[in-house]
Design a protein around this ligand. Structure first.
Ligand code: FEO
Ligand code: CA
Ligand code: CA
Ligand code: CA
Length: 741
């Protein structure tokens, strides 16, 4: 199964399902007022159909221009006839020509800080004009920023897998299954440095786009790179008090970024690397004072280790980076135990410095990245900016990627000024430090409400499960604040995406487990609870769905929105669960990456699946979207076995118009064991950049001597053959045409 199938649930809030919230609200006068303000939306039902928010954009296409790619279990990238791909860069490629070429045998003796990282994920492209400045036009010269989610299949980068940390004979898995031996320093340095973001100059040549080795713009931001803690002026000192460590007793600076998954591109031309499953890199050893109850509660809500593993346990929370040395801060920082006299003497707060959006200026290699605390601390998965409008605040939409977590929105205080394009991190300080943070509640009416995370709300100020000290605490422990407001627990929010033609926002809800979704535990926005008819590949909502919403009056500052479900993932023979009428040509499961082409209007959907991988590897599909409200209300029939007893139920929801095979087609099937993620394009729509992450994820440990599950891209002619590598590929049409149409 995909590593995400081990994803545990840390939302133990009793956040009610929507119907309960509504019932309570009607009994509570204060809430009734709120509801009237937010939901008394006479105008909501009459939102303009497809507002023309952007000028100069071609009308949305009516049909796709390629035949669907068949399901595939082959160890290669499969594309429609007439399309081709090449590899741009892969894990381990050297940024400098002085470094040895990648061996693909784990033989490197350098610390990986000048090589392309592992687990390519979200990415974006930044063109450079003749004066070396940021350009939105294709100049043939650019910097490509790539997130490296990385996680734990670091075994391919060492000669024989991770030393003294893998319980022999265990099937590969992301977290846990480790013993606690002291790990070799070079292995750990390589693992720390293959995380983060790669910033690499690329140039267009007659043979296509190529990496420019030795460019002064080539940069690695790793889990060790110094970063600045930034945030709202009124709260920044209090925020930094959560981040005091022995390395910076002021908490003003921190080190590195981790598990960067989806990303964001700001309207002013910077990159947001979003920190997702950062909680699993920390260990708490037995050698330390007891933690305050509030600290323990916070760690539990975020899945961070708050105590040492039980004696004899064959599990640890982390990959054991702390085991190298307790005196060298590069390693000691991964141990959260209270070993010193106070927080200034140890790293008990180190995990508080993760869980943010990290802003990077791709064209300023010496600029210190900034963690944007005003956007909240959680498992950030992508930060998607709505369509910027001059004179209005900017909205960024953000998922928290864990089962039963939430969708958030950040609205800047500053209003958009197009003259800020190209202004770098100073402009980032302007828009991303002062603003309001909201969380979404999806209601049974087909509408929803943005709930502000503010200590001024008595539900937050008086929250029972966690006593907030101040607004800084609300930012740092945003998950608790969202619990307090009754936000809707979603089926694992992955990427968001904005439809540039009408401003609507889409979110991939990748899947949820049997423990969280049963026929009696659904809600209108997460309406399915069923089982794979094969009986082997999951229960709950194993195939996921895509929800979308339209802000009231198309405003970034809207407090309410209208929503419906764009697509339900399913196998074509899934019966009642196949609500979107998928066929063998476009069946998919577990949507993850998602992105709209500005050039064509196509909605690209990428999967990270463990549920239909018996039939096909992960894939990328093209969809031609309609708009919120173009479908109808439907009744979902649910059926699954709960505690040995068959349970049935129905749930009403709102679904978009069926797309059919003309408007939803499989465009790409990926190599064995990989997920498809990360996508961007050239403005003419004729070149697509796509990331292939963790081919061979289900390989047996190297020590077993078995061949890896995948040998891509070596088997496709890129680099040394043998072990699999994550990579960025460049897709073009052989006739040079626009992709997808
Ligand atoms: Fe890293 Fe949310 O997938
Ligand atoms: Ca199946
Ligand atoms: Ca993802
Ligand atoms: Ca993923």
């Amino acid at each position: 199964m995909s590593h995400h199938d081990h994803d545990p649930v840390f939302n133990t809030s009793n956040n009610p399902h929507f119907q309960d919230v509504l019932a309570q609200s009607l009994q509570n006068p204060a809430r009734r007022g709120l509801l009237r303000g937010g939901l008394g939306l006479a105008g909501m039902a009459m939102l303009p159909g497809c507002a023309t928010l952007t000028s100069g954009m071609a009308a949305a296409p009516n049909a796709l221009g390629f035949p669907s790619v068949e399901k595939s279990l082959l160890d290669n990238v499969m594309l429609p006839p007439g399309y081709q791909y090449s590899v741009l860069h892969a894990t381990g490629d050297a940024l400098d020509s002085a470094l040895a070429a990648y061996s693909n045998k784990g033989l490197e003796s350098d610390d990986w800080s000048r090589r392309v990282g592992d687990h390519h994920d979200g990415m974006d492209i930044y063109y450079i004009d003749a004066n070396g400045r940021y350009s939105e036009k294709d100049t043939g010269r650019a910097v490509l920023c790539v997130n490296h989610e990385s996680s734990a299949d670091a075994h391919f980068m060492h000669p024989n897998g991770q030393t003294s940390n893998r319980v022999s004979g265990k099937k590969f898995s992301q977290f846990g299954d480790w013993d606690l031996g002291v790990r070799p320093e070079l292995e750990v340095l390589k693992e720390i440095n293959h995380h983060g973001v790669s910033v690499v100059e690329i140039v267009k040549t007659p043979q296509g786009w190529r990496v420019k080795q030795d460019s002064p713009l080539n940069r690695r931001i790793t889990a060790q790179t110094p970063v600045r803690i930034s945030g709202p002026r009124a709260h920044i000192e209090a925020i930094r008090s959560f981040m005091v460590t022995r390395w910076d007793t002021a908490g003003a600076m921190a080190r590195g970024t981790l598990n960067n998954c989806g990303h964001g591109k700001t309207p002013w031309g910077t990159y947001l690397g979003c920190e997702e499953n950062w909680a699993y890199y920390f260990q708490t050893t037995a050698a330390g004072a007891a933690l305050p109850a509030k600290e323990v509660a916070s760690r539990k809500r975020y899945g961070v280790a708050s105590a040492a593993p039980a004696a004899g346990a064959k599990k640890a929370a982390s990959q054991g980076w702390h085991t190298v040395s307790s005196s060298d801060d590069r390693f000691a920082r991964w141990n959260l135990a209270a070993t010193g006299a106070n927080a200034e003497k140890d790293f008990r707060h180190e995990a508080n410095t993760f869980g943010f959006n990290v802003e990077i200026d791709p064209l300023a290699p010496n600029a210190t990245p900034a963690k944007r605390t005003a956007m909240g601390r959680f498992a950030h998965e992508a930060a998607v900016c709505g369509i910027p409008k001059a004179g209005e605040p900017l909205a960024f939409y953000m998922g928290c990627d864990s089962r039963n977590e939430y969708i958030y929105k950040y609205v800047s205080t500053a209003v958009w000024d197009p003259r800020d394009v190209g202004g770098g991190l100073v402009v980032g300080d302007k828009y991303l430090s002062e603003g309001k943070l909201y969380v979404a509640r999806f209601d049974a009416t087909g509408r929803g409400e943005w709930l502000e995370l503010t200590i001024a709300d008595p539900r937050i100020a008086n929250h029972g499960a966690y006593k907030f000290a101040n607004q800084a605490d609300v930012y740092v422990n945003a998950r608790f604040a969202a619990d307090a407001l009754g936000a809707t627990k979603m089926d694992r929010p992955e990427w968001g995406a904005v439809n540039h033609r009408n401003g609507e926002i889409y979110f991939a809800l990748t899947n949820n487990s049997a423990a969280n979704r049963t026929p009696s535990k659904t809600d209108p926005a997460n309406p399915r609870a069923y089982m794979d008819l094969d009986g082997k590949k999951g229960m709950g909502n194993p195939n996921g769905h895509i929800i979308r919403f339209k802000e009231a009056d198309n405003k970034s500052t809207a407090k309410a929105f209208a929503w419906d479900i764009f697509l339900f993932g399913a196998e074509e023979d899934a019966g009642d669960a196949n609500l979107s009428g998928l066929t063998a040509k476009n069946a998919f499961s577990s949507p993850d990456g998602m992105w709209f082409s500005k050039a064509t209007g196509i909605c690209w959907i990428q999967t990270d699946d463990g549920a239909i991988t018996d039939e096909t590897n992960c894939m990328m599909l093209a969809a031609i979207p309609g708009q919120v409200g173009d479908g109808s209300k439907v009744t979902v029939k649910n059926k699954m076995v709960v505690g040995g007893v068959e349970q049935t139920g129905t749930q009403e929801t709102f679904m978009g118009a069926a797309l059919g095979e003309a408007k939803l087609r499989r465009f790409l099937v990926a190599p064995s064991g990989s997920e498809v993620t990360g996508i961007t394009e050239t403005p003419d729509g004729r070149t697509l950049f796509v990331n292939i992450q963790h081919p061979g994820e289900l390989s047996k440990p190297l020590a077993s001597g078995s061949a890896p599950q995948s040998m891509w891209p070596g088997n496709a002619g890129y680099g040394p053959q043998g072990r699999p590598r994550s990579a960025t590929i460049v897709i073009t049409r052989k006739d040079g045409g626009v992709i997808g149409l």
